[in-house]
Write a protein that binds this ligand. Structure first.
Ligand code: PLP
Length: 404
């Protein structure tokens, strides 16, 4: 069955088609080439980050960042229990262990619990900007800068020695365009990884970007060069560079990954990013406000926020609605009912400890009461460029029938 109002839909408009055609017809490049270079430069300019490396997913970008820092077996990475599995898998897949902490009512990592979870094995913290709402980076940075954390930190690589504390690695899969106290997503942590997966605010089909905002002890251009070559098999020159006259010889200098972004993908993202602030983000905010307005008439609706007085602004990626007093079976009935009526709804997220893999790893939902409480009555509503305001009204009218 096709949904009349799907939960999500990628934006494929004439600007995207024109940029992809330009890539195909005018550049002669399919793998990483001029479009990837342009996307890196434009994401850097957009976010204000020191340097940006484009890769083929958020997951691979996070693995790259952790590898760069020298995280591996025996190390611990702290993440929130309420997130997509990739936040954990990027650490598990390089041999590190994951430690989970509970979340606040805004779905972001609980800093108090973080403080208690840090050990001498902790090498990285990955807060998640869930739904596009930034985690509390100042509070988390304060904790990481605390003398008790610094004295427990046991550096094992040159990068760890230089930083002198656990790496703050932001999962900004949802939050390109968001601001934390006025600062753009991409600049609020040591390293921020964006996702350009096809349901995200900006997409390249599959893709991601690693944004560097390292303390002054690092030389960002040097780290950028390292990450570029690490993302392409540890090869000293890219295919693009090797294509220069007389420049065929190369070396393999690291046991790298093969996670570079193809030019065709970058072309899709470029077309979207160029009108993100001017058109795509304001359109999203309009739909977000319309949901707030239509659902705000009912006291039971617990609505997500778009901004606060401290200058924090969501990217409006997901509309995470919660309905006060709703049980989990009733929530599931609403989603099934609405699906039969042609409306696609979703839940973000089933907390990780509820999943088979994480249960087998020893995690228990008993340790994450707030993630469970938020999950049980949460419903994520359709929200994307191209969604008609009338469709938002239809979704709200139907939802309000269940609570009246
Ligand atoms: C919070 C979060 N983190 C990480 C990811 C992984 O992104 P990607 O599919 O680009 O690897 C996603 C994707 O859905 C996500 O929602």
């Amino acid at each position: 069955m096709m949904f009349k109002i799907p939960f999500s839909q990628p934006l494929i408009d004439e600007d995207v088609v024109a940029e992809v055609l330009d890539s195909l017809l005018n550049t002669g490049w399919l793998t990483s080439g001029p479009k990837v270079q342009a996307l890196e430069a434009e994401v850097r300019e957009y976010t204000g980050a020191q340097a940006v490396v484009c890769v083929n997913s958020w997951t691979s970008g996070a693995m790259l960042a952790l590898k760069w820092f020298g995280v591996g077996p025996g190390d611990e990475v702290i993440i929130p229990a309420c997130t997509y599995a990739a936040t954990a898998l990027c650490a598990l897949n390089i041999g590190a262990s994951v430690v989970m902490v509970d979340v606040l009512d805004d779905f972001t990592l609980n800093p108090e619990q973080l403080e208690r979870a840090i050990t001498s094995r902790t090498k990285a913290i990955i807060p998640v900007d869930l739904g596009g709402w930034p985690a509390d980076y100042d509070r988390i940075s304060d904790i990481l800068g605390d003398e008790s954390v610094i004295s427990r930190f046991t550096p094992a690589t040159a990068a760890q020695e230089k930083l002198g504390r656990p790496l703050l690695l932001a999962d900004a899969a949802h939050s390109i365009g968001a601001r934390y106290k006025g600062r753009r997503s991409g600049t609020c942590a040591d390293i921020t990884v964006l996702s350009f997966h096809s349901v995200k605010n900006i997409t390249t089909g599959e893709g991601g970007a690693v944004c560097l905002q390292l303390p002054p002890v690092f030389e960002p251009q040097e780290e950028y060069r390292f990450m570029k070559l690490y993302s392409l098999n540890g090869q000293s020159k890219s295919t693009y560079e090797k294509n220069m006259p007389g420049d065929w010889r190369y070396d393999i200098v690291e046991q790298g990954l093969k996670i570079n972004m193809p030019d065709l993908s970058a072309a899709v993202g470029l077309a979207q990013l160029r009108k993100y602030d001017r058109q795509l983000l304001p359109e999203r905010y309009e739909l977000f406000r319309l949901y707030q307005e239509c659902l705000g008439v009912d006291q039971r609706m617990i609505l997500p926020q778009l901004y606060n007085e401290a200058g924090t602004v969501s990217s409006g990626h997901l509309f995470l609605l919660r309905i006060d007093g709703l049980t989990e079976p009733d929530r599931d009935t609403i989603i099934a009912d609405m699906a039969r009526g042609g409306i696609g709804l979703n839940v973000h997220y089933i907390p990780l400890p509820m999943m088979t893999l994480f249960r087998q790893l020893g995690f228990s939902m008993d340790d994450y009461p707030n993630a469970l409480r938020l999950y049980m009555n949460e419903i994520t509503l359709p929200l994307y460029n191209g969604l008609a305001p009338d469709s938002v009204r239809v979704v709200c009218d139907k939802l309000l029938q269940y609570t009246s």
